[in-house]
Design a protein around this ligand. Structure first.
Ligand SMILES: [Zn+2]
Length: 461
C-alpha cells in the first residue's frame, strides 16, 4: 500500500498495518509553554497529509498525538509570570488547537495529556527499577542505557560512538552520560506528585511511552516526529519499551527541519516565526502548500517570497476551480479515465513524494484549462474532478471566494466603525491604506466587501 523511509531501518520499506484493526499512528505533540512555530506547523501538516492519504485509499486510521502539559519550561514560564503552571498549559494548548484548526489539520482521534497518565508512568518506572534496568540517582530515577539491547538503533550509531559524542555530565551518580531521567525528584513546594517513587515529576521520554502503549497496547504501527526527536527522545522512548519487553513502534517516520532565510530556525538566530505570524500575513493554506512542495524528509525553506508565490499558486488553483465549477457540476457531461489520480497515487505511495505529485497536478491544471478552452468538456471535467480530489487528499481545498490578508480586513473593519460614527476623515485615510495594500473596499447593504485591485475576475467563457 505505502512505502516510507523507516528511520529504524535506514531505508524505504513497505509499510503494512498490523493484521486487523486500524492503522495506529502516534506523533509527539507540543509542550504547551509558548506559541506554535513553523516547525510545529510542519509536524502537524506532515502527519495530517499522511493520515489523509491513508484514509483516501480506504485505510482506517487511529491517530494519537499527546499534549505535554507538565514540563520544566512550563514551570519556568509560570514563575516568570507569577501564575499557576496549569494556567500556562491551558493558555498555550488553546493556542495550539486554534493554530492546527486554521491550518486545516484533522484533529487527532485522541490527544492524551501527560498529567492524566501519571499512574501509568509510575508503573513503568517501578517495573524498570524492579528489573534492575533503572536505578535511583540523587535527583531522580534513571535508565541505564547500557543494559538495553540495541540502544542506538534510531540514532543509527553504536553505543560506544554515542557515549563518546555525549556531553560530559557533572552528575557523578550517573553510570553513563547517556543515562536519562525517568522520574525527577522535586522539592515539595514545586508542582509534583507524591508517589511510591518519591515526590516528583515524570521525565518527558517516559510520558510518551505511557500514553502510546496505554492507548495502543504494546505495539503500534507508526511513531513519528521531527528529526530532532529521533535522538534522544525517540531512542529513549524505545529503550524503555524494549527494557520492558515490548516491541513498541513497528515503523519510525521523521520529517526535516524548517529553514528561514537559509538558516535553521531558532530563537537565538532571530529568525523564529510563529504560526500566528505566518497565517496573519499569508493565506493559511499557503504554509500547507509550502510543506507539500518540499519532500517531508528534506529541509523546508521558508521565505516571504516563497510564501507569496504559494499565495499566487493558490489563487491560480482557486481560479481554476471557479472557472470549471459549472462544468464539474454538470451531470450531462460524463466522466472518463484520465489517469491524474493514478499518477498522484503512484507518487504518494513512494515515500509520500508530494513535490512530484504536486508538479504533476499543476501540469494537469494547464491541460484541463486547455481542454476547457477547446470545448473538450469530457476531458476537462474528468481532469478537474481528479485534480480536485487529489488536492483534497493533500488538504488543499480550493475556494470560490478570495482570501484577504488580515491587515486589510482589520483596516476595513476599522473603516466600517469609523463610518458608523460619522468619522469620515478616518474612513478616507483607511480606504487609502487599503488601496496601498492592493485592495478595493466596496460598501453594500450587507456591509463591506474587498477585492484585489489588480485582479479581473475570470468567469466561464
Ligand atoms: Zn514523544
Amino acid at each position: 500500500m505505502l512505502r516510507l523511509f523507516d528511520s529504524a531501518v535506514g531505508s524505504v520499506v513497505d509499510v503494512q498495518g498490523n493484521s486487523g484493526g486500524a492503522f495506529s499512528i502516534y506523533n509527539c505533540g507540543p509542550t504547551v509553554y509558548d506559541l506554535p512555530h513553523l516547525g510545529h506547523g510542519r509536524a502537524v501538516l506532515t502527519f495530517d497529509i499522511l493520515r489523509r492519504y491513508l484514509e483516501s485509499v480506504g485505510v482506517d486510521v487511529r491517530h494519537v498525538s499527546n499534549v505535554t502539559d507538565i514540563d520544566d519550561k512550563i514551570i519556568a514560564r509560570a514563575k516568570e509570570r507569577g501564575v499557576d503552571p496549569r494556567e500556562i498549559a491551558a493558555q498555550y494548548e488553546e493556542a495550539w488547537w486554534k493554530t492546527t484548526d486554521l491550518l486545516g489539520a484533522l484533529r487527532p482521534h485522541e490527544a492524551p495529556h501527560a498529567t492524566e497518565w501519571i499512574d501509568q508512568m509510575v508503573d513503568i518506572v517501578s517495573r524498570l527499577l524492579g528489573s534492575g534496568v533503572a536505578y535511583r540517582g540523587d535527583d531522580g530515577v534513571y535508565l541505564e542505557v547500557e543494559k538495553v539491547e540495541g540502544y542506538g538503533l534510531l540514532a543509527q550509531q553504536p553505543l560506544a560512538d554515542l557515549r563518546h559524542g555525549a556531553r560530559v555530565e557533572a552528575a557523578s551518580f550517573k553510570r553513563s552520560p547517556l543515562d536519562f531521567v525517568l522520574w525527577k525528584f522535586v522539592p515539595s513546594d514545586e508542582i509534583g506528585w507524591a508517589t511510591p517513587l518519591g515526590y516528583g515529576r515524570p521525565g518527558w521520554h517516559t510520558e510518551c511511552v505511557a500514553m502510546s502503549t496505554g492507548l495502543f497496547g504494546h505495539t503500534f504501527d507508526l511513531h513519528g516526529g521531527g528529526l530532532d526527536l529521533r535522538f534522544p527522545h525517540h531512542e529513549n522512548e524505545r529503550a524503555q519499551s524494549v527494557a520492558l519487553g515490548y516491541p513498541f513502534a513497528r515503523h519510525w517516520m521523521h520529517h526535516g527541519f524548517v529553514e528561514v532565510g537559509g538558516a535553521k530556525m531558532s530563537k537565538s538566530l532571530g529568525n523564529f516565526v510563529t504560526m500566528e505570524e505566518m497565517v496573519e500575513k499569508f493565506d493559511p493554506r499557503s504554509y500547507r502548500l509550502l510543506v507539500a512542495r518540499a519532500h517531508y524528509r528534506s529541509p523546508l525553506e521558508v521565505t516571504s517570497a516563497l510564501a507569496e508565490d504559494a499565495v499566487s499558486t493558490l489563487a491560480r488553483l482557486d481560479r481554476f476551480s471557479l472557472r470549471l465549477h459549472e462544468l464539474v457540476a454538470d451531470d450531462s457531461v460524463e466522466l472518463c479515465e484520465v489517469g491524474v489520480l493514478q499518477e498522484f497515487h503512484r507518487e504518494m505511495r513512494q515515500d509520500l513524494n508530494t513535490p512530484v505529485a504536486l508538479a504533476n497536478l499543476f501540469r494537469s491544471v494547464t491541460e484541463a484549462n486547455t481542454a476547457f478552452d477547446l470545448g473538450e468538456w469530457v476531458k476537462a471535467k474528468s481532469q478537474a474532478v481528479e485534480i480536485l480530489s487529489a488536492l483534497t487528499t493533500l488538504g488543499l481545498v480550493t475556494r470560490n471566494v478570495e482570501w484577504v490578508p488580515f491587515a486589510v480586513v482589520q483596516r476595513a473593519q476599522d473603516r466600517q466603525r469609523a463610518r458608523e460614527t460619522g468619522d469620515w476623515g478616518t474612513a478616507d485615510r483607511l480606504r487609502s491604506e487599503i488601496a496601498e495594500l492592493g485592495y478595493l473596499v466596496e460598501d453594500g447593504p450587507q456591509g463591506f466587501s474587498l477585492r484585489r485591485s489588480d485582479v479581473v475576475s475570470s468567469k466561464k467563457g
